[in-house]
Design a protein around this ligand. Structure first.
Ligand code: VAH
Length: 315
């Protein structure tokens, strides 16, 4: 069986639905520190789990005969700057627990998300290579860089089959944004529909790597289903997608919502965004496990606007 840790989160919730469709609801155990949406809770087995508690996690793994774990619980960049030690504890100890359970033979495959946040101000910003200088300047980025080192160590030393992707900013309408710096690209759609205006917490020319959630979910499943020998990189794979600025996306939204206006009031997250790349080279993922993203910016805009309007009608 599959266990998803952090199943109520931005990626975790959509991953849960997709894996349940693919493998059957009862094959996928969803878990989180708190309950999720009604649709998630009704879609299959759910367990409240504090994944920093090793014994609770081990009990769940053994009780449900879990052999594959997707560790999607983490504190994201914005919130992690407010609670550095809590972020370190959550992001690192959950990873150590899952890696050690695999080392002890209780799990045989792990997915662990890294992020373009592993890159820092000294990293080349455009078309950032898979292998390059990485001096992350955020708590979240440091935890992801360290996590990548441990994943590679557990693979090389103990043969743990852990696979990882450096996600760019992810955009979706099915779950609310969760404390990320890239989440302006989600908020802007909700505000454009509700208020026809948005105050952006990043400056207008802040280019960041972004991807629609469906592409990210497809990449996650593709890397997990690839034959072991194709996963040549056991730290984490760059995943590129597209790149845009708040100015570019707001101009495209205005084509759909002519009265939409945007203003800019950069906050502490501007420094986080400035430390990250503008675009990512993901040739390694393309070459090793046939990765290819499909959503372009226009597709993202249409999907988000239609999706939010449908959700508003449904509720
Ligand atoms: C964040 N959405 O903003 C996450 C992600 C690359 C950004 O890691 O923290």
């Amino acid at each position: 069986r599959i266990l998803i840790i952090g199943a109520c989160g931005q990626i975790g919730s959509e991953l849960t639905f997709t894996l349940r469709e693919k493998h059957g609801a009862d094959h996928v155990i969803a878990s989180d520190i708190r309950e999720g949406s009604a649709s998630l809770m009704q879609s299959g087995p759910f367990e409240i789990l504090d994944a920093t508690n090793y014994n609770a996690l081990e009990d769940l793994i053994l009780h449900y005969d879990v052999n594959e774990v997707y560790l999607m619980a983490a504190m994201l960049s914005g919130t992690a700057e407010k609670f550095p030690m809590k972020a370190w504890d959550l992001n690192m100890n959950t990873l150590f627990h899952v890696l050690n359970l695999a080392k002890d033979g209780k799990i045989n495959k792990i997915f662990w998300p890294s992020s373009i946040a592993v890159f820092g101000p000294s990293t080349p910003k455009d078309n950032t290579p898979q292998k390059t200088i990485m001096e992350p300047s955020t708590v979240y980025g440091i935890s992801k860089q360290t996590g990548e080192r441990w994943c590679e160590y557990y693979f090389k030393r103990y043969g743990v089959d852990v696979r990882s992707i450096r996600y760019p900013g992810l955009i979706s309408y099915k779950t609310p944004p969760g404390g990320g710096t890239t989440d302006y690209a989600i908020e802007i759609f909700h505000e454009a529909i509700k208020e026809e205006k948005y105050t952006c917490f990043l400056s207008e020319n802040t280019a960041l790597p972004m991807m629609y959630m469906d592409d990210a979910i497809n990449a996650t499943i593709a890397i997990m289903e690839a034959p072991k020998e194709q996963i040549e990189i056991r730290s984490s794979y760059n995943l590129g997608g597209i790149s845009f600025t708040p100015k570019e996306i707001s101009e495209k939204i205005q084509k759909h919502i002519p009265n939409f206006s945007i203003s800019y009031d950069p906050d502490f997250r501007q420094a986080i965004a400035d430390s990250w790349p503008s675009s990512i080279n993901d040739e390694a993922a393309q070459n090793h496990w046939n990765w290819k993203h499909s959503f372009q910016l226009e597709d993202i805009i249409e999907t988000m606007l239609n999706g939010i309007k449908q959700e508003l009608k449904a509720n």
